[in-house]
Ligand binder design. Structure first.
Ligand SMILES: C[S@@+](CC[C@H](N)C(=O)[O-])C[C@H]1O[C@@H](n2cnc3c(N)ncnc32)[C@H](O)[C@@H]1O
Length: 372
């Protein structure tokens, strides 16, 4: 856990956070919130899409009520939140009851795109009673104005606003109890690797409205063997479905709560079954896998960062059978030398298109025999 310092109007605070969480990208929004509110918000407080406990730490330093809830979107964010939450509760969105909070904060996660940010605001608004307040904060250069323009019919009127350097705060009063459903392609039917597939989608997941070309390339270039397969970082389940065959048992994991739910729904929509679970990296307590599929991430928030990919490839190595294979797709931004060579002794390019490349990785290096 790394610590970062954040300067606030009343002094500076220290916030614990995992390196693979983008919380620091939203520190300016937090600063604006703490500076602009001229009275204590009414508890219970809430932050949806909390990447760490920054809000809880800042609220504590400002003497706000210590009755608050942090809702992380994945297990990594959950760990960061718990490390600094103090008396606040950290819980998955499914456990948050309607009208359970009085004051909700959304620091717009612009890297999730328009639909992702709107989904987060809707989730926060659902947790407010009529008359509850929602503070939306975001970056002018990253679409906060167009987001807030879409929100009044969903949440209610803007009753206050504040301006910071490049940042904006809009305070909404919840007056809409039954908002129209979000316009988003929750389901699409398409061909993946020659197979007609119904794909469930979610606004907060990777490539939410289509199958990414690198995903499609990996789906078209799967190994032909049977056995125990793992889809590591399954997202909406496109690769899990592409891998399904009667002589394979499938496990799919992701650290995102929405990914696990969406992959489960994708499988159901195609009449398929797999063991789908939340995991930060490899699933624990499992026998080794014969084949692992992975399209590792390349961002932390909006920053390009290869740390999370390196950890996922190491996780794959740790749960692969000695004669097993990791079939991985990398984008042109990701280096096979840095990500694959330290972990595998046999690496073979299998296919490439649109700047993405599929590799077959065998012979997982033991810790002692790892290449540098
Ligand atoms: C590039 S996306 C690929 C998603 C999906 N396989 C596809 O091809 O559409 C990477 C996925 O890895 C997941 N992920 C990132 N870090 C992870 C971790 N530490 N443990 C489990 N899943 C992780 C993300 O949530 C995301 O769904």
């Amino acid at each position: 856990m790394a610590w970062r310092r954040l300067r606030l109007p009343g002094g500076s605070v220290a916030i614990p956070s995992r390196a693979d969480q983008p919380g620091g990208e939203l520190d300016q929004e937090l600063r604006l919130l703490m500076r602009a509110l001229d009275r204590q918000p009414e508890a219970p407080l809430l932050e949806v899409a909390a990447w760490d406990a920054g809000l809880a730490v800042a609220a504590d330093a400002a003497g706000w009520p210590d009755d608050g809830m942090l809702i992380p979107l994945n297990l990594g964010a959950s760990e960061s939140c718990r490390a600094g939450a103090g008396a606040w509760t950290v819980l998955p969105l499914d456990d948050l009851l309607p009208a359970e909070a009085s004051f909700a904060v959304v620091r717009a996660p612009h890297w999730l795109g328009r639909a992702g940010a709107e989904w987060v605001v809707r989730a926060a608004a659902r947790a407010l009673p009529t008359g509850g307040l929602l503070a939306l904060l975001g970056d002018r250069a990253r679409g906060i104005e167009s987001l807030r323009r879409r929100l009044s019919p969903i949440v209610g009127p803007i009753i206050d606003r504040a301006v910071g350097e490049h940042r904006r705060l809009y305070l909404f009063e919840k007056q809409v109890d039954d908002p129209p459903p979000q316009q988003f392609a929750w389901t699409s039917t398409l061909r993946i690797a020659g197979r007609e597939v119904t794909l469930r989608q979610h606004p907060t997941l990777f490539s939410p409205a289509r199958v990414d070309p690198a995903t499609a390339l990996l789906a078209e270039n799967l190994p032909q063997r049977d056995g125990r397969w793992l889809d590591l970082g399954c997202g909406s389940g496109a690769l899990t479905v592409a891998a399904a065959r009667q002589d394979r048992t499938l496990t799919a994991v992701d650290w995102s709560y929405a990914a696990v739910e969406t992959t489960g729904r994708t499988l159901k929509a195609n009449g398929l079954e797999a063991d789908v679970r939340l995991a930060d990296g490899a699933p624990t307590g499992e026998q080794p896998f014969d084949v692992i599929l992975c399209y590792p991430p390349f961002h932390v928030g909006s920053r390009v960062d290869h740390g999370p990919a390196a950890r996922l490839i190491q996780a794959a190595r740790s749960c692969l059978a000695p004669d097993g294979e990791l079939r991985v797709v990398l984008t042109s931004a990701q280096s096979p030398r840095d990500l694959l060579q330290p972990n595998f002794r046999e690496i073979t390019p299998v296919a490439s298109a649109h700047g993405a490349q599929v590799f077959s990785c065998r012979q997982p290096a033991t810790n002692r025999g790892r290449r540098r």
